[in-house]
Design a protein. Structure first.
Length: 265
């Protein structure tokens, strides 16, 4: 199992600041950075907007970001695991994406939860963004796809694999309601802002509902306008059901009935 994290609406975070956040992520995992790359448009691409990742050293990437010659970038550790042992991405509203940051490591969430939630707290104190999640995935490819909602990747049986992607800005010009009016889903760790905590759930504010029962998780303040919501793995299915049925999850869908097996003639 692998672990992924994503921060959304990161357009106020500059690339050099993001680079330091990415380096801190690798430090928190105990995995070193072996390579880096930045996005560049292709002059002779088959279509307008075609782009590729240009591999450079970490030092060269830092210089390119400082000069403004590069913006969106990746950091990697590529030592055996496909596609990486760990990776960090900083995306802008260019190159077919939308502003977000993603971080992925080939370590199970139970082994690294404390270190990554510590890194998330430090990141939230360092820069401003309204929403973040920490989740588990089957493999590194799924962890990467899930951050931006690509490839219909899901983490839960009651999740619509295309709903979040359609909600994002950029290609789909989505409403991005997960910023203040809804949540994507409930995860082992969620970074929520004040507007999230005001969302009504059966006549009670979400923040009050979380604190009304230990089974609903633990809510703790990270900064004056952001909170961390930790949820036990065994409670996630029930919490997602409750929030999904209340209509406050972007990607939730009701359980699908199993189709009866066809009897052979």
């Amino acid at each position: 199992m692998c672990t992924g994290a994503a921060f959304y609406h990161t357009d106020h975070i500059g690339p050099l600041e993001a680079l330091e956040i990415g380096c801190a992520f690798f430090e928190s995992t105990g995995i070193r950075i072996t390579s880096a790359g930045y996005y560049e448009y292709l002059e002779n691409g088959d279509h307008e907007g075609d782009h590729d990742i240009m591999e450079v050293s970490l030092e060269k990437l830092r210089a390119l970001l400082a000069s403004g010659k590069a913006t969106a970038f990746w950091l990697y550790n590529q030592q055996g695991t496909v596609p990486w042992n760990a990776a960090f991405e900083y995306q802008t509203d260019g190159f077919g994406s939308f502003p977000h940051m993603g971080a992925y490591c080939d370590i199970g969430i139970d082994r690294i939860y404390g270190r990554l939630t510590g890194w998330m707290r430090q990141t939230a104190k360092r820069v401003r963004f309204p929403y973040g999640i920490l989740y588990t995935a089957e493999d590194m490819t799924d962890a990467f796809y899930y951050a931006a909602g690509y490839n219909f990747t899901t983490m839960f049986a009651t999740e619509n694999g295309s709903a979040f992607n359609r909600e994002t800005p950029g290609l789909y010009n989505g409403q991005a309601r997960y910023v203040d009016k809804m949540l994507r889903m409930a995860y082992p760790c969620n970074l929520l802002n004040m507007e999230h905590l005001k969302i009504e759930l059966g006549g009670i504010a979400l923040g009050d509902w979380i604190q009304s029962d230990p089974k609903h998780g633990i809510l703790s303040r990270v900064r004056e306008d952001l909170w961390m919501w930790d949820v036990e793995a065994g409670q996630l299915e029930e919490i997602n059901r409750i929030l999904g049925e209340a209509g406050i999850l972007v990607a939730w869908r009701p359980p699908q009935p199993k189709k009866p097996r066809r009897k052979l003639p």
